[in-house]
Design a protein around this ligand. Sequence first.
Ligand SMILES: O=C(O)CCC(=O)C(=O)O
Length: 296
Amino acid sequence: MIDLRLRSRISDGELDQKIGKVITPRDWNLVLTGPATIRKPNGHPLCVYLPKALDGIVTRDMYEVLHGLRGERTENRGIASGSPRVRRGNQKATYSRRVPSAIIGAFDAAGREKYCRLTAWTGRNLPQWQTLHPLLRAIAGNLEQHVPDRYAAQLAEAQRTHQEWVVPDTPFTTVTVNNTYPTGVHTDAGDLDAGFSTLACLRRGTYTGGHLCFPRYRVAVDMHDTDLILMDAHEYHGNAHVTCTCGTQLNGMCDTCGAERISVVSYFRTKMTACGTEEEEQQRAVQRRENRNATR
Ligand SMILES: O=C(O)CCC(=O)C(=O)O
């Protein structure tokens, strides 16, 4: 495994121009092709690339669960959707491009729902969620081995969280599953500062592009099937357009040729430590519903 400490980074002004935009090959000059630890100029880890780390771990059932999420679309990915947010008519809320991305696992009391919960898909598909747990444990094992200090910090937070919100034997509460679309340059919000994020890739059919890139450092990686990258998701990152052999720039798996790039981002949501037990959070949800009905 190479261990490389970068010497340079682009200026804040140059980086600002790229935020929210989809990355292109002009944004990188180093593409990782083998196992590598990449450090920032200050010596802190930027990413650890582990080709084929999940080979033999991802079963057909796991793939089917992740592939089965391709119909879940969201307008809530903000600049990570690769397009600016827009307002519809005179509505107050803003929306970003609709992209095939799903959040599964646990979620804190954020947004409209002021209580902690398993996401709607997770609640409806508990056996499928559990099918993914061995994969998440294998990802956690790699995190422990390659970035032990970040793993330990994240595990400590997971241990002081009610266990119904944590994937057993991992420091993860939540997973974002993306299917074949480019993310605009963004940083992840809501995950633990002292921790580290992880991104696993499953790939089917033939396509070009999709490179995951850290534009501040001009480093990219073309993730292949069962590759894993451990990464500082508080550094700006994004992935390039995915073009299949039909010549289409994809926003979702290609229905014609089957080209598909699934990215599985597993992390710990900082605010989960403040959640009550599942029973307490359910009571909070009922209470909120009753209060809302009473004020109508
Ligand atoms: O799919 C990728 O390579 C990037 C995904 C990502 O950055 C995200 O979901 O926040």
